[in-house]
Write a protein that binds this ligand. Sequence first.
Ligand code: AP5
Length: 224
Amino acid sequence: MRVVFLGPQGVGKGTQAALLGARLAIPALSTGDMLRAEVKAGTPLGQEADAIMKRGELVPDEIMLGMIKKRISEPDAVRGFILDGFPRNIAQAEGLDALLAEEGRPIDAAIRFRAPRELLLKRLSGRRSCPVCGSVYNMETNPPRKDELCDKDGTVLVQRPDDSEEAINRRLDIYVTQTKPLSTYYEAKGVLKEVDGTRSIEQVRDDVAAALGLTAASSRVGAQ
Ligand code: AP5
């Protein structure tokens, strides 16, 4: 299954992509995580992306398309993938479609998560992540078991540098002007599904499953 997750920053795309990826045994591909790995490794691409990401702006389309083209051609993505954070604008969506058309494997579904801006700001300000394994927590809604330490490896959790108020507001503005129009794009292709992102992580997980025609899972989830 090839799925695109759409929705504003903080709505829970990364959280849900990890859950669905684990359930379907397909990779959850976050372009934000890929870029952060480049920044951490200090590659030329990472150096270029670092300042752009800190400002909350978009990295150029050619770079993003090249990155996705390479990643979806890897063996673990043959059975499918979930795209979290890509495409971000119409040019990226058209580029992705052209790539997939060459291989005869189009997008099966685009899920759009919705939530009001006040809730997004609240969630983003409470977000903490593990710099080692990438697990994501929320100090209010999905806290770690002990202090600000990762449940999986005990590392001290950190706040993302682009979760400053100024960068969050810029990212949300760019979402409205550039990314939101993708709903119309995927609706016209007949693959758009809407999910209410304001519900609990478990409820949203089950709504995603229902939107994709899967049965609901039963367990409570921890950090992703
Ligand atoms: P990226 O890493 O994609 O960040 P983003 O777009 O800002 O999205 P977020 O990660 O903030 O939101 P999310 O919906 O995944 O929320 P999460 O699940 O963490 O991109 C970063 C930057 O990289 C971009 O700004 C850009 O510069 C660059 N970039 C990336 N892709 C690009 C592209 N294609 N083109 C160009 N540039 C690109 O949840 C948020 C919080 O809420 C967490 O604390 C979580 O625990 C909590 N939470 C989640 N769900 C729930 C729930 N249901 N109830 C309660 N709490 C919840």
